[in-house]
Design a binder for this molecule. Structure first.
Ligand code: HGY
Ligand code: MN
Ligand code: MN
Ligand code: MN
Length: 406
């Protein structure tokens, strides 16, 4: 029997390290079905083919690479290849390359799964292009409707329908995929840790307990566009004023609620001229907390402060909830099986959202985390050491072997 070539997660990451690098901002810029992400999808498809996996793309653009015939009650693992603007090299890709490297290890020892096993790549997990996180898994599960998705536009004005068409998909088929979802028996996602939990526990690998409740809201402040020099300060209705109040209130509202986080990372003034008083400003709020009640109360306080500031400046305000997910508690029984397969592994919560969080509402789901020595994520400093990456591959291989042998 020909020896099965094995690769390391680090080698596979090195193979894609130049795809989507953004020297202007540092880090990576790869977004749902854009050129860089499409290139990575082709790379993954070729790598899966080398391992004898049968690749199919579902109606929503999620990639499934099957070891054995597709079928019900499959064991599925995977993550995403898209990034945030200026993102790190590990968030998403580490889970994808680790699934390929874990299959190598299992094939090299002659393992054959006794149930269907699939490796997945989810579409537009970060929402970096169309604004809705986990868009591929939300469409697969029906958490986001086709109608809502097809209306989404990127910053260039291209619609999600344009993007999926350009990727060779049929916009008319976008939407909940009962048949594909019914194939998944259990799902396991490996991901670089986004935080300092494993550093503080001095452990290379951990297992997830929960994900914060998490939503995104767009605040649109509308005032009166005018000349920066010809308009006296007392004669302005400048939407930048209430926008700045939103940013400040995000800090104090979230800081006063235990475990809450509120962030404004994106603000787009119209028209955006240095010598122009903006006519409107779009501000996106990302808010999260350990439960629904706390998340909602933080957003309510921020909204009240923003409404008052808009009134004071004679501006209008519209608030749109663009995505929301309640707290995710991962399946305890599956987590115990995963920990048993590993021998031991600390359990920890995560503040970051994942496709696993969307699937958890439908199938038993678990997550493995790989230590990130910087604790930083969604930035070029995001990191995982080669030894810890290989510990992750071995852990994933052990979990797949145990769960696919039953
Ligand atoms: O935003 C998140 O938490 C995830 O990285 N998409
Ligand atoms: Mn991310
Ligand atoms: Mn991620
Ligand atoms: Mn994710």
């Amino acid at each position: 029997m020909s020896a099965v070539p094995t690769t390391t997660a680090t080698e596979l990451l090195a193979a894609i390290k130049d795809v989507g690098t953004d020297p202007a901002r540092g880090g990576y810029s790869r977004h749902g079905f854009d050129t860089a992400e499409l290139e990575l999808r082709e790379w993954f498809t070729a790598e899966a083919g080398k391992r004898g996996l049968d690749v199919e793309v579902d109606r929503n653009g999620n990639i499934w690479a099957w070891w054995g015939a597709p079928g019900p009650d499959a064991l599925v693992t995977g993550s995403h290849l898209d990034s945030v603007p200026g993102g790190g090299a590990f968030d998403g890709p580490l889970g994808v390359v680790s699934s390929l490297a874990a299959v190598d290890l299992l094939r090299a020892k002659g393992f054959k799964p006794s149930r269907p096993l699939a490796l997945m790549v989810f579409a537009e997990e970060e929402g970096g292009r169309f604004g809705v996180p986990c868009l591929g898994s939300r469409l697969l599960t029906g958490a986001t409707t086709a109608e809502a998705a097809l209306k989404l536009k990127d910053s260039a004005g291209d619609t999600f329908a344009d993007a999926v068409k350009a990727a060779g998909l049929d916009p008319d088929r976008i939407g909940k995929d009962e048949e594909a979802l019914s194939r998944i028996g259990r799902f396991v996602e490996l991901h670089v840790e986004q935080g300092r939990g494993l550093i503080d526990m001095d452990a290379p690998i951990g297992v997830a307990t929960s994900i914060l409740a998490h939503g995104r809201w767009r605040f649109r402040f509308t005032g009166e566009g005018n000349h920066a020099g010809a308009t006296p300060m007392g004669a302005r209705r400048d939407p930048m004023l209430p926008a700045s109040q939103l940013i400040l209130s995000a800090r104090w509202a979230a800081s006063s609620v235990d475990g809450a986080r509120a962030t404004v990372g994106r603000l787009v003034p119209t028209p955006g001229g240095t010598n122009v008083i903006a006519s409107s400003v779009d501000v996106w709020l990302d808010a999260r907390a350990p439960n629904d009640g706390r998340t909602r109360s933080v957003v309510e306080r921020i909204t009240a402060a923003s409404k008052q500031a808009a009134r004071d400046e004679g501006c209008e305000l519209t608030v749109t909830e663009e995505s929301y997910g309640d707290t995710v508690h991962f399946d305890a029984a599956l987590r115990e099986e995963v920990v048993a397969a590993l021998g031991k592994a600390p359990a920890l919560p995560t503040g970051a959202g994942h496709d696993a969080g969307i699937l958890a509402a439908h199938v038993p789901t678990a997550m493995l985390f790989v230590r990130n020595p910087t604790g930083v994520s969604h930035a070029p400093e995001e990191h995982a050491e080669p030894d810890d990456c290989e510990a992750g591959v071995e852990a994933l291989a052990k979990v797949l072997e145990k769960l696919a042998a039953e």
